[in-house]
Write a protein of this length. Structure first.
Length: 77
């Protein structure tokens, strides 16, 4: 990644979770329709794979509050 992209990433990671989600959605929306469809299909498959793994007992669910606490801790290090 270029230095500028690293700088933008650092700034983006300082945003709140909802601001990061909105930014990500807008960035994904900047791709051409065919590319966006491919990205959407990949994310849908990833979600299905994770659900299947959870149902097989291969993944453990965690409360959202725990996930957000871990994210906040990693950002303050």
């Amino acid at each position: 990644m270029s230095p500028r992209a690293e700088e933008v990433l650092t700034e983006a990671l300082a945003l709140s979770p909802s601001e990061r989600a909105e930014l990500m959605e807008r960035l994904l929306g900047s791709f051409e329709a065919s590319e966006r469809e491919r990205v959407d299909a990949l994310w849908a498959q990833e979600a299905e794979d994770r659900i299947d793994a959870y149902e097989r007992g291969e993944l453990r669910a965690r409360p959202a509050s725990e996930v957000f606490r871990r994210i906040e801790r990693s950002r303050t290090r």
